[in-house]
Design a protein around this ligand. Structure first.
Ligand SMILES: CC(C)(COP(=O)(O)OP(=O)(O)OC[C@H]1O[C@@H](n2cnc3c(N)ncnc32)[C@H](O)[C@@H]1OP(=O)(O)O)[C@@H](O)C(=O)NCCC(=O)NCCS
Length: 156
């Protein structure tokens, strides 16, 4: 199986929505994705299964903030999980933003989402705090994770 990465377009919205609804208890709406795809300050990447007629296997949405790149959303279709697709998407993000040495990377993740936490830790994110009751569906806490490319380079 092989995958290509490319920028998402509005034509991907139906496929995104199919993945999103299964991936999250409180899925984003189409208009939230459309808004991110339209923004110059966001990077929206899709992983395409080149063996399956261009089927969307997963996606990553990142927004540029004053102090950091914020990982807003990453999801992979269930049948494509554990094949390195999320890793591929995040590594492409690091490549695309490597010239930006002012901003690190941050995200929030449910404290119960052990697989995602493991994924982020493997990519160099570390826990830097908790947002209490962050998720509105069940008041679950969010782990705040950061990856600081400057510090990583300095200690390499
Ligand atoms: C989290 C998610 C994006 C991971 O996508 P993925 O393409 O399967 O991830 P990868 O194949 O790149 O996994 C990289 C590593 O993360 C860890 N990992 C990922 N899924 C895991 C799982 N189900 N159980 C344990 N570890 C897991 C492993 O260390 C894995 O490496 P390995 O397969 O060599 O052991 C995917 O499970 C998903 O879409 N989940 C639902 C949405 C979600 O929770 N998104 C994150 C919100 S913050």
């Amino acid at each position: 199986m092989s995958f290509n990465l490319r920028h998402l377009t509005l034509a991907d919205l139906a496929a995104i929505e199919r993945i999103e609804r299964i991936a999250y208890p409180t899925p984003w709406s189409r208009s939230m994705f459309a808004g991110e795809i339209a923004k110059h300050s966001s990077i929206c990447l899709g992983a395409i299964d080149t063996d399956a007629a261009g089927c969307l296997a997963g996606y990553l949405i990142i927004s540029r903030y004053a102090d950091a790149w914020h990982v807003m959303n990453v999801a992979v279709e269930e049948e494509y999980r554990r094949r390195g697709i999320a890793t591929l998407l995040l590594n492409r993000l690091f490549e695309l933003t490597s010239a930006d040495d002012r901003r690190g990377y941050t995200l929030e993740v449910r404290v119960s989402n052990e697989q995602a936490i493991k994924l982020y830790e493997r990519l160099g994110f570390v826990s830097r705090g908790i947002r209490r009751g962050y998720y509105t569906d069940n008041r679950e806490d969010a782990l705040i994770m950061w990856k600081d490319p400057v510090r990583e380079r300095a200690s390499a």
